[in-house]
Design a protein around this ligand. Sequence first.
Ligand SMILES: *Cc1c(COP(=O)(O)O)cnc(C)c1O
Length: 285
Amino acid sequence: MNFNTSVIEQNRFKDIDFLIKRDDLLHPDFSGNKARKFAWFLKEKFPDIKRVISYGSSQSNAMYSLSVLAKMRGWEFDYYVDHISSFLKQNPHGNYLFALKNDMNIFEKPFPKELPQNSLFIHEGGRQKEAAYGIKILAKEIKEQLKDNERVDVFLPSGTGTTALFLQKYLPYKVYTTPCVGSETYLKDQFSLLESDESLYPVILNSKKRYHFGKLYSEFFKIWIELKEQTGIEFDLLYDPKGWLTLLENIDIFENRILYIHQGGILGNISMIKRYERKIDEHNR
Ligand SMILES: *Cc1c(COP(=O)(O)O)cnc(C)c1O
């Protein structure tokens, strides 16, 4: 199966004229950078594989995307988590609910040291060399779609950094990113697991304030609402607010029009919005 190409649109936010690659619109069930990162596993023949095994958090976008991949391929999907909150067990929602609907088998324990036969193991968040395949296609689309050979500065927020790293490898433009999951050092360590040549790494930008992944910040929710109002686009609530805040803080360093990569993850917003609303309720009580 092949995806359609996603469009590049022009938009404006806080007086900044920018371009945006709409990878959130790639496919209704399998979108964003996880579709790119897992494209190889959709395309390759795996005659002996019957099961895909991974691990991570109980609301992860990668978890949901793997449940879609497994369903499309007719594989079992075993997913290992440290912990599922009792609230989530009693009120399944978001990525967790939709992955369960795709028949995910979820286990609250460490993943087995010995993998069962005929299984495919995927690292947390899809940090895999195989991701290069789909991200190379993304880079090719971008090069073909930019009109009049416009030069751009590419920006995207990182988790494992896999998408940013491979985009920098395959694009003739500078790629800028910011770490959302850990520190700059963590992000560089992630890059080094996939690429030893540091000259091929994206430029890492930081925000003045340190943020912790998955925590709620009023400025995150605020910028997410402003983005929706001014651009008409729904961004993700885990990565994009840190991305946009960092981009605005560092706006002076960009030399060309920015091409922002929308990496999907909208399904994950359901649980994040619920958490923000509960926080606002508590605050107003
Ligand atoms: C997974 C994800 C990321 C991080 O991608 P990496 O390749 O791990 O850096 C960013 N944004 C969204 C919406 C995601 O789902």
